[in-house]
Design a binder for this molecule. Structure first.
Ligand SMILES: C[S@@+](CC[C@H](N)C(=O)[O-])C[C@H]1O[C@@H](n2cnc3c(N)ncnc32)[C@H](O)[C@@H]1O
Length: 247
């Protein structure tokens, strides 16, 4: 049964408190997440994931870590790209999101047990230098301690391994940015409300989108955190950004 979210400003929380808030919010959204995502992205979310998978340059035999697997939408194409011989490990703080992922992955690849664990991006429990590619789709803005997550990603990546992240962003050209602000602050929250999300969740989704670092600022943050060859690409007029960094 969904537990109503406490009426707190989740976007102002950090560290473990932010994780607990996000885990409960996504636990509640899990049964409707796939439909909700299609609606708020106008059906374009899978196209952006395809671009993220291409940027990840996954080859057969690769080990891929999908951080914030959610309902498995990146896990499924990443698994195909890593065959034959590769594996995908999916981690998420929301057990309910992973339960949906488990069902969808088993339907996509019968006979292949999914590797899914309830764990945080900042504490993956994986060995050092064990992963070729780390993927993150719409997760980073929920992470309460980004420096800790970057340290963990750098720890588990093999030298030369790639970190690929697709996330909401803000357009550089101000008329698009104004339109994006209206969409994120007024249209998207109402879609989430219409789909049965509670007030704390739609306010959180809007605020974390509007307050997240813009594309070039995020690239600089990655470079300062130790990634090299960081580059990014705006998608959907800059309202989404695809970042790639190398260990
Ligand atoms: C918007 S969903 C995206 C799911 C999936 N990556 C996709 O492409 O649809 C964000 C997911 O990240 C998870 N998440 C949020 N913060 C996290 C953290 N610190 N560590 C691991 N997972 C996290 C949430 O529970 C949720 O399932």
């Amino acid at each position: 049964m969904p537990q109503p979210l406490a009426p707190v400003d989740g976007a102002s929380l950090s560290g473990k408190e932010r994780e607990r808030f996000a885990a409960q919010m996504f636990d509640n959204l899990a049964p409707k997440y796939v439909r909700l995502n299609r609606l708020i992205s106008w059906g374009a979310d899978d196209r952006w994931r395809t671009q993220a998978i291409a940027a990840a340059k996954i080859t057969p035999g690769c080990t891929v870590l999908d951080l914030g697997t959610g309902t498995g939408d990146l896990y499924i194409p990443a698994y195909s790209a890593a065959q034959p011989g590769g594996q995908v490990i999916g981690l998420d703080i929301s057990a309910n999101m992973l339960a949906v992922a488990d069902e969808r992955i088993r339907a996509a690849y019968p006979g292949v047990p999914p590797q899914l664990h309830v764990r945080s991006a900042a504490a993956t429990e994986l060995p050092d230098a064990s992963v070729d590619v780390v993927l993150m789709g719409w997760v980073l803005r929920n992470v309460g301690d980004r420096p800790a997550a970057y340290r963990e990603i750098l720890r588990v990546l093999k030298p030369g391994g790639r970190f690929v992240c697709v996330e909401t962003s803000r357009p550089g050209f101000w008329p698009f940015r104004a339109g994006n602000y209206v969409y994120c602050s007024f249209v998207m929250p109402n879609i989430v409300r219409f789909m049965g999300g509670d007030r704390a969740s739609y306010e959180y989704l809007a605020k974390t989108t509007v307050n997240f670092p813009r594309r070039h600022a995020l690239s600089a943050e990655w470079t300062q955190s130790g990634f090299r060859d960081v580059h990014s690409q705006p998608l959907m007029l800059g309202s989404i950004a695809l970042h790639v960094g190398v260990k």
